[in-house]
Design a protein around this ligand. Sequence first.
Ligand SMILES: Cc1cc2nc3c(=O)[nH]c(=O)nc-3n(C[C@H](O)[C@H](O)[C@H](O)COP(=O)(O)O)c2cc1C
Length: 341
Amino acid sequence: MYNLARQLLFKLSPETSHDLSLDLIGAGGRLGLNGMLTKQPARVPVTVMGLSFDNPVGLAAGLDKNGAAIDGFAQLGFGFVEIGTVTPRPQPGNPKPRIFRLPEATAIINRMGFNNLGVDNLLNRVRASQYKGVLGINIGKNVDTPVERAVDDYLICLDKVYPHASYITVNVSSPNTPGLRSLQFGESLKQLLEALAERRELLAAQYGKRVPVAIKIAPDMSDEETVQVAQALLGAGMDAVIATNTTLSREGVEGLAHGDEAGGLSGAPVREKSTHIVKVLAGELAGRMPIIAAGGITEGKHAAEKIAAGASLVQLYSGFIYKGPALIREAVDAIAALPRQ
Ligand SMILES: Cc1cc2nc3c(=O)[nH]c(=O)nc-3n(C[C@H](O)[C@H](O)[C@H](O)COP(=O)(O)O)c2cc1C
């Protein structure tokens, strides 16, 4: 059925098709229909970050930026759902067009720029949802907040989402907000992590629960930089790392229509880069912090490769756009078929 829907959706512009799909998935979710229309994946329970997941395959951030279709995505069989990136204040994002399909490469280029309705709206949607599974809330900074004040925006969002999230992702890796990626390095990263850790202690005492915090990183890092990030995250007591966001590289899409659009490249061309980052992180973290892998999973076996590389959970975005919910089942089955470690 997704093949038919896809044929129709791919005739529309990527953003129109994105909005329409979100409306349909959201409406199906409210009516409780999606679970009936989709063959559900096997139950492959895992515990990561102290949280229990029905299966290790989640929805990556950015598809449901406002939390408009949480129930709908959950009913499609995802083992967890990450919403956002959300910013303190609503913002329109970059001018359209800002998302491009590259079907020959099973890839997407986007420069959305954190278009979202703001954290208060997102929390209203979370309150309205029926979903009882693992919900990640991914937080970022407004484009007009100077990068030197970025910490303020993350803390505003952390305070607000804390009582509502199963885990919180700090996104310092979108390429579409100028300066954001600089927060992944050196003193800027250290200061951000210290501020987050300190505020989290206060929030944990206030709410009587310790909500895990994950940091989402870019694939465009040297091994040395990746090791430094791993050490900084361990030092600050973070709970997980998500690897990776989209890439600035254009390897694999040179000469293709839209291949030279500005923005972040996702899908098949980012797979190896992302998996390499997972391997470097796994080597350095040595089991002390879980890794959530995203990047280029377009077939079940790619999800299994990420787990074999050292990840505990995986997330889908571009592969889901191209393959639909069947990819969730494929990924769950491929992971379940891995020999137990
Ligand atoms: C259109 C689009 C929007 C995205 N928006 C976000 C976002 O708001 N926050 C975020 O952390 N990642 C965002 N991402 C990155 C994805 O969550 C994911 O990390 C990346 O696309 C790699 O996975 P994939 O190859 O399966 O797509 C976005 C990706 C795409 C294609």
